[in-house]
Design a protein around this ligand. Structure first.
Ligand code: ADP
Ligand code: MG
Length: 612
């Protein structure tokens, strides 16, 4: 049999390599921006059409290329940035693998115009699917312009995997941010479909962060600085009160390069522990500068992962830098450590009788009313789990009361908890850890996660309202002004009508500013700016990761950000209402994201626990 192994033609090899480096339009944007930075540009203009699917162009005023280099730059493993293996450990540039341009040219139509400052004439090179179509002299500004059209034109499978335009745009914005956040001395513009999305002037890092994320960030951030000979950690972290439930503003940069690093992320999270709710994530912009010999960035083609020679040391340094910064700014001191009070198992105060543990449900005992244990403040409200056959779960004959009315803390008057009538049926709900609701049913105990239950209820309500254009009850507000980054403002404008149906009345005021004149009647949160940001974060994340349709995404994101956080103490009436509503839902078992809302602990399991 004849030999069968052959070397692949370059064009095929390039196309295979492109599969690793260029996953979507945003990857091409990243590579082009990085090349412009490496070329020493002080001004970079990014222009895209249709979220990069039709066209991506990056224009820089950097060093430019000679005629020969312009042609060479499209060859695989062609780079001006390293010459020998050893150079890999002294990398100061963003690129070094010499495969980005070759990869892009393998799967798109590329036109490059470039001129060095010292040359009079520039060069134009046109490449399509790795084939050079044209190379000529041309007159063009000093620097380089690379235009990439019809990405994946010859890889239809890849093209069909691209997500909705808004999702691809979000990826591009992310890449743009990751470069712009480091190179604050560089002037940037970013246009999509001839609309200016961002214009960034040279400035310091904080100014850059603010021009990307909005002026609200001025007061949200505190600086971090820890500089030693071996490593320097600088940047900004968010004050704990601004931590959000979703990711999005977590940035690590190593020697000017954005990286992902779950281990270092953990070091920051651990520094914030006890300062923010467990499900929140702090914002951070951390710039690590270190000897390139102590890191390996050549472990992944997209260069977003880095191995540190000694990551444990860096972990500790970052953690202490963040702790110090939180302390220095008096944040630690201001925190009022709010201890869980919903279930107080501490020994009874001196004059309070210790109760027989088997006599667990005296109707006059309010565990929160410690100042006056004998006073009757507890309500007995009928629990009416409704609809869909859930009634049968409940054992109506044997309801006992475990009251969970909040102690009077000045915010509520005690009379609010007085039962309307002592004749009402007994109920048996119980709040645990300010987080779970426990209720007795025929077959055992049902354990409900209050936040998830609320999320499920709101989701179904909102979706219903949006789909049926059913105007929600709304409360008037003293007009509140809120402002956002340009891309968030655009997004919000897009969904203003749907938000109105749910009860949020927004009017556009300025370019990135809105006035809120009404919110849903049952809204508890008062920080509308934070609430909308939280919601937008989730909305964007869902857009990118799940490709949800507008209504579903809206209902899901709003339900997520408006659901009462765990940690809130609930009145008995609130708990019974919540249970009622939950079990009237279409799908009470799971949150829209698929998390378990409740579980039943069967009676025989309970018997078994005590059986020996
Ligand atoms: P790498 O950046 O890893 O070297 P690329 O394929 O991205 O590989 O680019 C190949 C080479 O082309 C670079 O090393 C650089 O010399 C040149 N080059 C690419 N883009 C530019 C640009 N915008 N300005 C000047 N030179 C560029
Ligand atoms: Mg490059």
């Amino acid at each position: 049999m004849a030999d069968i192994i052959q070397l692949l033609p370059d064009s095929v090899a390039n196309q295979i390599a492109a599969g690793e480096v260029i996953l979507r339009p945003a990857s091409a944007v990243k590579e082009l921006l990085e090349n412009a930075i490496d070329a020493g540009a002080s001004e970079i203009n990014l222009i895209i059409k249709d979220a990069g699917k039709t066209m991506i162009q990056v224009v820089d005023n950097g060093g430019g290329m000679s005629e020969r280099d312009a042609r060479m730059s499209f060859e695989r493993h062609a780079t001006s940035k390293i010459r020998q293996a050893n150079d890999l450990f002294a990398i100061r540039t963003l690129g070094f693998r010499g495969e980005a341009l070759a990869s892009i040219a393998a799967i798109a139509q590329v036109e490059m115009k470039t001129r060095r400052h010292e040359d009079e004439l520039g060069t134009i090179v046109e490449v399509e699917g790795s084939r050079v179509k044209n190379q000529d002299n041309c007159s063009c500004p000093a620097g380089t312009s690379i235009q990439v059209k019809n990405l994946f034109f010859n890889v239809p499978a890849r093209r069909s995997f691209l997500k909705a335009e808004s999702a691809e745009l979000k990826h591009i914005v992310d890449e743009f941010f990751r470069v712009a956040l480091v190179y604050n001395e560089v002037r940037f513009t970013f246009h999509q479909n001839q609309k200016l999305l961002y214009q960034l002037l040279p400035g310091n890092r904080k100014q850059r962060i603010i021009s990307l994320f909005g002026s609200g960030y001025n007061e949200r951030l505190v600086p971090v600085e820890q500089i030693s000979e071996a490593i320097s950690i600088t940047g900004f972290i968010g004050k704990p009160e601004f931590a959000r439930k979703t990711r999005g503003e977590q940035f690590f940069f190593v020697n000017g390069r954005y990286i992902r690093h779950p281990y270092l992320h953990h070091s920051i999270e651990s520094a914030y522990r006890e300062l923010i709710p467990a499900e929140s994530i702090p914002s951070y912009f951390i710039y690590i500068d270190t000897d390139p010999g102590t890191i390996d960035i050549n472990i992944h083609p997209t260069k977003t992962e880095v191995n540190f020679l000694d990551s444990k040391v860096i972990y500790a340094v970052i953690r202490s830098a963040v702790r110090q910064s939180l302390g220095l700014n008096n944040i630690l001191d201001r925190i009022d450590f709010d201890v869980e009070r919903s279930l107080d198992f501490s020994p009874a105060p001196g004059n309070r009788p210790i109760r027989n543990p088997f006599d667990v449900h005296p109707t006059d005992f309010n565990p929160f009313n410690q100042s006056d244990p004998g006073k009757k403040t507890t309500g007995e409200t009928r629990l009416k789990p409704s609809l869909k056959g859930w009634e049968s779960l409940y054992d109506n004959n044997d309801f006992k009361v475990i009251p969970a009315a909040p102690q009077s803390d000045g915010m509520f008057s005690e009379t609010e908890f007085q039962p309307e009538s002592q004749e009402k049926d007994r109920i048996n709900v119980f709040q645990f850890q300010n987080r779970y609701i426990i209720s007795s049913i025929k077959s055992g105990l049902v354990l409900i996660d209050q936040q998830r239950a609320h999320e499920r209820i709101l989701y179904e309500q909102y979706l219903d309202r949006i789909q049926h254009q059913q105007q929600a009850v709304q409360q008037e507000l003293f007009p509140i002004q809120v402002s956002f980054s340009p891309s968030d403002a655009g997004l919000l404008e897009d969904i203003m009508n749907e938000l109105k149906v749910i009860g949020f009345h927004l009017n556009k005021l300025g370019k990135n500013t809105f006035v809120v004149t009404g919110t849903p009647a049952d809204l508890q949160e008062t920080d509308i700016q934070a609430l909308l940001e939280n919601f937008l974060d989730k909305y964007k994340k869902n857009l990118v990761e799940l490709n949800l349709d507008k209504s579903t995404n809206l209902a899901r994101s709003l339900a997520f950000s408006l659901s009462a956080r765990s940690g809130r103490r609930l009145y008995i009436e609130e708990m019974t209402h919540l249970i009622d509503e939950l079990f009237s839902c279409q799908a009470p078992e799971l949150t829209p994201e698929g998390r378990k809302v409740f579980t039943v602990i069967p009676l025989d399991q309970i018997h078994q626990l005590l059986n020996r």
